[in-house]
Design a protein around this ligand. Structure first.
Ligand SMILES: C[S@@+](CC[C@H](N)C(=O)[O-])C[C@H]1O[C@@H](n2cnc3c(N)ncnc32)[C@H](O)[C@@H]1O
Length: 309
């Protein structure tokens, strides 16, 4: 994440519409959260579909967070689990130390959370881990692909929840490949869930190819009609329908039959974004899948296909 002249690319603080703190990344040309609200996104997109209240009560909840950033999802998770009287074992992956440090330097960010949550984020920033009566966690700094390899042997098949909050597949395809998503899927316990804001066909198809069940996160209650999904949930277990998510609609299923569903691939686990995008463009050019434009035109009456982020 450096500029061509090797200065670190800038991160700009900004407030989202619900008044919560966020950042804008110059390097990725994307915000860390949706404009409507960092706090709202943590709640509606990540925690509500996670089904924390359904997890067996005789042990701690086991969570991996991919792309910790400012720690907004981490703090929201800590507070929700504390309200449920649950302990947590947590692992986090993040490349850049600046977002958490910048968030903790902001009074407005700190005042969003209970002092105990701020204390956990401070320990993560300073020591890379925390431990309390009920919970413990470890933050692995570095490229998530590299760091995940260290966790795979110990965590395989054991997690209740993976929160995946990388920048979009278009700008950060490294963290949305068939291989990386496959590794994340392999960490899930039998009823575990992977939750992401992303509804891209390439991501959903990659998760389905790993044998995971899929559901589409419902748009926010007052979202404009064209926002057809607020993200995806994937699990080894059937997901069904509830207030937070539903089975993929006919339109979404058809999306997975188009060239847009060609997965990103990175067999070395070290490829850069442009190489991954170029490989996918080649595969799409040779694909016999139907045209995404044709799909879009067929469904244009009911959606404008804009990613909610
Ligand atoms: C959308 S932001 C995460 C937002 C975060 N969940 C929050 O609440 O602030 C994406 C994050 O991915 C991190 N990132 C980008 N490339 C990465 C990589 N290869 N490995 C790990 N983290 C990466 C960025 O530093 C950024 O913090």
């Amino acid at each position: 994440m450096t500029c061509p002249d090797s200065r670190p690319a800038e991160l700009q603080p900004r407030l989202t519409a619900d008044g919560s703190f966020s950042l804008w990344s110059e390097a990725f040309q994307e915000g860390f959260h949706c404009d409507r609200g960092a706090l709202g996104e943590a709640q509606h997109t990540f925690l509500a579909p996670a089904g924390l209240e359904l997890i067996a009560r005789n042990r701690s909840v086991r969570v991996l967070e991919v792309c910790v950033g400012t720690g907004t999802n981490t703090a929201a998770l800590l507070e929700q689990l504390s309200d449920l009287g649950r302990g947590m074992q947590w692992w986090g992956l993040e490349l850049d130390r600046r977002p958490l440090a910048m968030a903790l330097a902001e009074v407005s960010f700190r005042s969003q959370w209970r002092p105990s949550s701020v204390a956990v984020l401070e320990q993560l920033e300073q020591q890379g881990h925390w431990q309390s009566n009920q919970s413990q966690g470890r933050l692995l700094w570095g490229d998530a692909r590299e760091q995940l390899r260290h966790l795979l042997p110990a965590l395989r098949g054991s997690l209740d929840l993976v929160l995946h909050d990388a920048f979009s597949p278009r700008v950060c395809p490294q963290l949305w490949t068939l291989e990386f998503l496959g590794q994340l899927g392999s960490l899930l316990g039998p009823r575990g869930r992977l939750v992401s804001y992303c509804s891209a066909a390439a991501v959903r198809q990659a998760l389905r190819l790993q044998g995971l069940e899929l559901a589409s996160i419902r748009p926010w209650p007052d979202a404009p009609a064209h926002q057809w999904s607020n993200g995806s949930v994937a699990s080894p277990a059937a997901l069904g329908n509830n207030q937070q998510f539903a089975a993929l609609s006919t339109m979404e299923e058809e999306h997975l039959k188009t060239r847009a569903a060609e997965p990103y691939r990175d067999s070395s686990g070290r490829a850069d974004a442009e190489t991954i995008r170029a490989e996918r463009r080649k595969a799409q050019a040779n694909s016999t899948a139907s045209s995404t434009n044709g799909w879009r035109k067929r469904w244009q009456e009911v959606g404008n296909f804009r990613n909610p982020r």
